[in-house]
Design a protein around this ligand. Structure first.
Ligand code: SIN
Ligand code: CO
Length: 409
């Protein structure tokens, strides 16, 4: 589906916002983490305890204006929710929302949540990239919430880590590590039955709160406000097991001949036809007992599964693609970058681009650089451009809409 152009608030188009964000170095202190190094943050706080960071991004500009966010929430390929708390009653509606379906901005106590904004906006993607001290395999998306005065989603807990970055206006956060996480059953959204906050802070633009999973929290807008949530993915054991077994069966990686059909030459005639034959259960048990895998199969599964684009993602191939020669000329001047929707992961022997697996041998050096920085400078491209297999591959990715020529436009 063609994307509608998004309006950006004035002032967002600074060169600093648009140049590729290099992943933070593990041992260099960064303001984003309150001058901790990413290594210190991961050791002391990640999955362990909350951290409030004042002025994490002091000059923050919302990646999208309010109007652009509302427009995005009207797209049917965008996941959005409207939560209202009018006359003390919680209500939840799922998008898409036409602009006139949202309450007036002058009305108190409502909030619009738009998930996966990084897939639709390069500035949101660049903001998400600042958190790449956590592996891409764990990074999920950037959600933006807009709220009018008094708006919020109620006191709740999340099962995932989250960085709550205030990008416009103020929000009062109360949170605590309570044991009782029972939820009200009478509501369409997750709201705690009893909320006993231990801490309370008002976040201003640029401030950020990190919360590990299962910390009870409630954020209430003080005046109109916007908050970016940087969320992480943590598949459940049930999801991993189900998906892995499906992957194994698809690839016929299981031991034995997967095409062999069930046979029962010794099946006697029965007088209880509805009864499951014991021999069938035993035979299937022995077939399943032969299913086997190794670390390679697990790595391949994770690489393809975690680099698979979300179901709503559609790449936008160029309408009139450059020929390979023109592509080389352009990329030699401007470099190339991964499209904001592309996921490129690698392990010791393979790389995984948008759910497809390929051998790393032959492309290892530059592919690892491209995957880690999501960008290849013009200078680097020129050093590779003598090799026609490299330019042909990159041109193929460009034609598929997986990479773009140049820095962020
Ligand atoms: C919000 O931004 O309004 C809610 C985010 C959260 O509590 O996880
Ligand atoms: Co939450």
């Amino acid at each position: 589906m063609p994307k509608r152009p998004l309006e950006h608030p004035p002032g967002t188009a600074s060169a600093r916002n648009l140049s590729p964000i290099r992943p933070p170095l593990p041992d260099t202190p960064i303001a984003l983490l309150g001058n901790l190094t990413p290594a210190q943050f991961m050791r002391r706080y990640w999955q362990k305890k909350p951290l409030l960071i004042r002025k994490a991004i002091p000059d923050i500009v919302p990646p999208l204006s309010r109007d652009a966010l509302f427009e995005l929430a009207g797209g049917d390929d965008v996941e959005s929710r409207l939560i209202t708390h009018f006359r003390n009653r919680w209500q939840l509606e799922h998008g898409p929302f036409a602009p006139d379906e949202l309450p007036p901005v002058k009305q108190r106590a409502w909030t619009l949540l738009v998930q996966g904004v990084d897939l639709h906006d390069d500035r949101a993607r660049a903001l998400l990239d600042r958190f790449r001290f956590v592996p891409d395999a764990r990074l999920d998306d950037l959600m933006i919430s807009y709220a009018t005065d008094g708006g919020g989603v109620g006191a709740h807990f999340d099962s995932y880590d989250v960085f709550l970055l205030q990008v416009h206006g103020k929000r009062r956060w109360r949170f605590g590590a309570q044991r009782d996480l029972s939820l009200r059953e009478d509501l369409p959204l997750k709201v705690l039955q009893h909320f006993e906050p231990e801490e309370e802070w008002v976040l201003e633009p640029g401030d950020m709160l990190y919360l590990p999973p299962h910390i009870a929290h409630d954020g209430v807008a003080e005046g109109e406000c916007m908050t970016c949530s940087i969320g992480f993915r943590a598949p459940s054991t049930q999801e991993l097991t189900g998906q892995f077994l499906y992957h194994l069966a698809e690839r016929s990686d299981t031991g034995g001949d997967v095409r062999e059909l069930y046979r029962d030459p010794k099946q006697p005639a029965v007088n209880h036809p509805a009864q499951l034959p014991v021999a069938l259960v035993e035979r299937v048990g022995s077939i399943l007992a032969k299913v086997s895998w190794d670390a390679r199969a697990v790595s391949t599964f994770l690489g393809t599964y975690l680099s698979e684009p979300k179901p709503s993602v559609v790449f936008d191939p160029p309408v009139r693609p450059l020929t390979e020669t023109r592509f080389i000329e352009r990329a030699s001047k401007n470099g190339v970058r991964l499209d904001r929707k592309s996921i490129l992961l690698y392990d010791a022997r393979f790389y995984f681009l948008n759910g497809e697996e390929n051998r790393l041998a032959g492309v290892k050096k530059w592919l690892i650089e491209l995957a880690d920085s999501r960008f290849m400078s013009a200078k680097r491209f020129v050093t590779l451009s003598d090799d026609s297999s490299v330019t042909a591959l990159l041109h193929e990715w460009y034609c598929a809409g997986w990479i773009q020529v140049g820095e962020l436009a």
